[in-house]
Design a protein around this ligand. Structure first.
Ligand code: NOJ
Length: 548
């Protein structure tokens, strides 16, 4: 078990991580997503790596985050950027070695930052030894039973496009809800269940503070209506589709909760479950299941005061009903960055990439709204997720040439859906440098746009009003006023076009309307995403935190 010196001080933050604390830290944490291949490249091969992350952890401590979530770094043929895992207990040489992981965890803990890793249980890589053994062993074998082999395919489609079934040489078909190189595991097989408990333990023993559980809603499939004959009818019916959000997934998370709870230090489970309606999301965070679930309903809300108020209300209500914290998230490695989503004046919300030939987002509008949206999110009670680069106000790379695209969506959709590469471009640390300081030279696994100097960290650090300093101040004030642990009371006086509320002694006003909004009399501004007007009112697409 790791031990770290308690009570270290870096700037304004009291920093300590010990395995003995019982703080429910995750209830109001700010968790920063690192997408390892695009964060920082220490060895200069054009792909980010674990030593690169470790070297930049000071940046995250300075920003004031509580934890990092690392997208997969395990051995993988990288058919889906590492979400196709060939070995769950090691580090891909592309990203380093296990010793580099240990060094990363040690440094993060010394800085008071917890480390959450990604667990990918729905499918393995086709290069995983189990799948290779299944191919070799043939129909009817125990090896095949670890996956979803059938004599006939059904009509299910892959999320990335095309059929979800691929035929192997002996005529059988295997299921892959994602890429052809990501065969789905059979979670009715006890060996699969036992293996993942051991994988959890492997990383828990190395000191990780939690797991983000990929495709949490997909593990159990209902093949035939008759599968359910003997089961009592569920209180809330299963998800509408037989491969998603089936009731059977929950007993898996109950068993995992017992495993993580058996370790000291409040290790957590976080559900990636794209389920609808939001009540179903809350089922993943019942008291004996996971700790948090990503709030994708919030991420999907358009830039509309009504839509945002509604999703905030429903999110708080469904999570409170099960005693879980709400989470808030605006961007991640699977969606168009929010600064670009909100850059469409007509409210278009591109979900799956922007191509060079598509109508382009208005960069200035998107940044203005994006900053307001971030301030709004960071003032809400609950936990918040920040995706690498959003603290720089980074937009989507919306003009990537088609011939560099790597997302399997692009190929599997027959080049009709551009996919997620635009939000995965290596991030800029230094203006003017080759690869903007991502690596030691100009190599970068996806090309960076020509005009990213202005987003680079070194152009923003210490610059009043920069997006980086806005985030830093927001995280500091969020902590100081305990906004994450607070309670929201709407402030309707701000009018229908504002999202306005009180959280403790802080009033938060985000103006999404055309007319300026006045703050309460005597309010003292703590932080603003843009300038107020000459009368001290909050202009369009601006958010303000004020003391009342
Ligand atoms: C969700 C991950 O976030 C995404 O990047 C991946 O492609 C799918 N799950 C499949 O693992």
């Amino acid at each position: 078990m790791f031990t770290v010196p308690a009570m270290r001080f870096v700037g304004y933050r009291r920093l300590s991580v010990t395995t003995e604390q019982s703080t429910q830290w995750w209830r109001d944490a700010v968790i920063y997503q690192v997408y390892p291949r695009s964060f920082a490249d220490a060895d200069g091969d054009g792909v980010g790596d674990l030593p690169g992350i470790t070297a930049r952890l000071d940046h995250l401590a300075g920003l004031g985050v509580d934890a990092v979530w690392l997208s997969p770094f395990y051995p993988s043929p990288q058919a889906d950027a590492g979400y196709d895992v060939a070995n769950y207990r090691d580090v891909d040489p592309l990203f380093g070695r296990l010793a580099d992981f240990d060094a990363l965890v040690a440094r993060a803990h010394a800085l008071g930052i917890r480390v959450i890793v990604d667990l990918v249980p729905n499918h393995t890589s086709d290069e995983h030894p189990w799948f290779q053994a299944a191919l070799a062993a043939g129909p009817g074998s125990p090896e095949r039973d670890r996956y979803c082999f059938r004599d006939e395919p059904n009509d299910w489609e892959s999320i990335f496009g095309g059929s979800a079934w691929t035929q192997v040489e002996d005529g059988q078909w295997y299921l892959h809800l994602f890429d052809v190189r990501q065969p789905d595991l059979n979670w009715n097989n006890p060996e699969v269940r036992a293996e993942f408990v051991e994988i959890l333990r492997f990383w828990l023993d190395r000191g990780v503070d939690g797991f983000r559980v990929d495709v949490s809603h997909g593990l159990i499939k209902t093949w035939e209506p008759s599968d359910k004959v003997d089961a009592p009818p569920p209180a809330i019916p299963d998800g509408p589709e037989p491969m998603w959000d089936q009731d059977g997934v929950h007993e898996i998370y109950r068993s995992w909760r017992k495993v993580v709870d058996s370790y000291p230090g409040e290790r957590i489970l976080v559900a990636e479950a794209w389920v609808d309606p939001i009540e179903r999301m809350a089922r993943y965070v019942r008291p004996d299941e996971m700790h948090q679930a990503f709030n994708f309903a919030y991420l999907l809300a358009s830039w509309s005061a009504d839509a945002i108020r509604e999703v905030v209300d429903s999110s708080l209500a469904v999570c409170q009903a099960v005693g879980a914290p709400t989470t808030w998230v605006l961007s991640n490695h699977d969606v168009v960055r929010h600064t670009s989503r909100f850059g469409y004046a007509d409210g278009t919300l591109p979900r799956n990439g922007i191509a060079a030939a598509d109508p382009q987002p208005d960069e200035a509008l998107g940044l203005r709204r994006g900053r307001a949206a971030s301030m709004l999110m960071l003032a809400l009670p609950g936990a918040a997720y920040v995706y690498q680069g959003e603290e720089f106000g980074l937009p989507e790379h919306s003009t990537l040439p088609d011939d560099v695209r790597q997302d399997p969506t692009w190929v599997r959709s027959g080049h009709t859906v551009v996919g997620r590469d635009g939000c995965r471009v290596p991030i800029p640390w230094a203006a003017g440098g080759p690869s903007y300081g991502f690596g030691p030279d100009s190599r970068s696994w996806l090309p960076q746009p020509p005009a990213w100097d202005r987003y680079a960290l070194d152009r923003q650090r210490g610059v009043e009003g920069s997006t980086y300093e806005l985030y830093r101040a927001a995280l500091r004030l969020r902590r100081e006023y305990a906004l994450g642990a607070g309670t929201l009371t709407w402030w309707p006086e701000a009018g229908p076009d504002a999202v306005a509320f009180r959280n403790g002694g802080v009033v938060v006003v985000a103006n999404l309307g055309a007319e300026p909004v006045a703050l309460p009399a005597g309010a003292r501004v703590l932080l603003a995403s843009g300038d107020l007007d000459v009368d001290g009112r909050v202009p369009t697409d601006t958010a303000v935190w004020a003391l009342v």
